[in-house]
Design a binder for this molecule. Structure first.
Ligand SMILES: NC(=O)c1ccc[n+]([C@@H]2O[C@H](COP(=O)([O-])OP(=O)(O)OC[C@H]3O[C@@H](n4cnc5c(N)ncnc54)[C@H](OP(=O)(O)O)[C@@H]3O)[C@@H](O)[C@H]2O)c1
Length: 333
């Protein structure tokens, strides 16, 4: 494994981190979840990403159990707050009330007394940013959270947060967690330059486009058995990519490029996001331990300029680049 700093912070994270959305507490049984976490640890992954909302809290519980017995200071555990976790009007969003309650619940489910990183899972237009940043700052001062970050915030929202934190002497955000992969590059025009200026690192999600970039989904054919596209909780989120047959077809044309580079398709996809120097870590998901072992080998891989150019030629206008696609719900869900 290779390691990078989380943005300009002093925290070091594994270049590849392991995330448990859709899988833990939902798609896969606990035994498979634990086996994936063990495989991640064996590959040298030290950074683990989850959220309060994944499988209604069960994902945090499963991850907590899977990591029990590990040396806590040798791990970086990340969680998030924003999406609804209960029926109440205050069981959601980025208000002081929900953040302060939310972290206690996440710590309890994970069985730990601090989070390395606590992330605002989206921007909350119904809460003054100052209130959110003060609540985060309080958690940092209490030692419950060591660093704070955001997810899917637009460039101007990130810039505003940094400005307010500096004016008020509050702890600054150090990270941004956007979707980023060969097909989804919407952070490149605005979020990445703004983050570079502010010393913020990207921890990117769905680096293999939820499995599509492994090439296992074939154009015009039913998805393979046991894949996310056949899972009740997963299929809605991957269908956006799979409905576009032209993109599914173009992904097949990446096969000779991966072969030439001596990489599996999944490794090529993970290595691709890591070529961006503003990326601190690529969060991989997995339903089986072999996938973790395959994808983790992308750490430290360098892709040359010619290969990157040929990937762009193959994918053509299947690549999404519009920065307006980074968005949070206009109203709290
Ligand atoms: N901040 C946010 O809003 C947000 C949103 C989404 C995700 N995330 C974070 O990012 C993490 C990763 O997201 P993701 O799970 O979509 O990432 P991903 O790595 O793009 O996709 C992972 C899925 O692809 C399939 N796969 C992985 N490796 C494979 C291989 N070598 N061969 C064949 N299939 C393979 C597996 O699904 P199957 O085996 O079931 O097909 C696996 O669960 C999440 O766990 C979460 O921590 C954050």
């Amino acid at each position: 494994m290779e390691f990078r700093h989380l943005g300009r912070s002093g925290l070091v994270v594994s270049e590849i981190s392991y995330g448990n959305w859709i899988t833990h507490g939902s798609q896969v049984e606990e035994e498979a979840a634990v086996a994936c976490v063990r495989a991640a640890l064996d590959e040298g992954i030290t950074t683990f990403d989850t959220a309060d909302v994944y499988a209604q809290g069960r994902a945090e519980e499963v991850l907590g159990r899977a990591l029990r017995g590990e040396r806590r200071d040798g791990l970086e555990i990340f969680s998030k707050v924003y999406w609804p976790v209960g029926p109440g009007r205050n069981d959601r969003g980025l208000s002081r009330k929900h953040i302060i309650r939310g972290v206690e619940e996440s710590l309890r489910r994970l069985g730990t007394d601090y989070l390395d990183l606590y992330q605002a899972h989206r921007f909350d237009y119904a809460t003054p940013l100052e209130e959110t940043l003060r609540a985060f700052d309080d958690l940092v001062r209490q030692g419950k959270v060591l660093y704070v970050g955001v997810s899917e915030w637009r460039a101007e929202e990130i810039e505003q947060a940094v400005r307010i934190a500096d004016e008020l002497g509050l702890d600054r955000i150090v990270s941004s967690q956007p979707q980023y992969n060969m097909l989804w590059r919407v952070i490149e025009p605005e979020v990445v330059p703004a983050s570079e200026r502010a010393g913020i690192g990207q921890i990117v999600w769905s680096p293999i486009a939820q499995g599509l970039l492994t090439g296992k989904y074939l154009p015009g054919q039913a998805p393979p058995a046991g894949s996310r596209a056949t899972d009740q909780s997963g299929r809605d989120t991957i269908s956006r990519f799979l409905e576009d047959e032209e993109t599914v077809r173009r992904v097949q044309d990446l096969r000779p490029l991966a072969k030439e580079a001596g990489l599996t398709m999944a490794q090529l996809a993970v290595a691709w996001v890591l070529q961006n120097e503003n990326v601190s870590s690529a969060i991989i998901g997995a339903s089986r331990p072999e996938q973790v072992r395959d994808n983790a080998k992308a750490a430290g891989v360098k892709l040359d300029a010619d290969l990157l150019r040929r990937i762009d030629e193959v994918l053509g206008d299947s690549v999404r680049r519009d920065p307006a696609l980074t968005a949070s719900p206009a109203r709290r869900p």
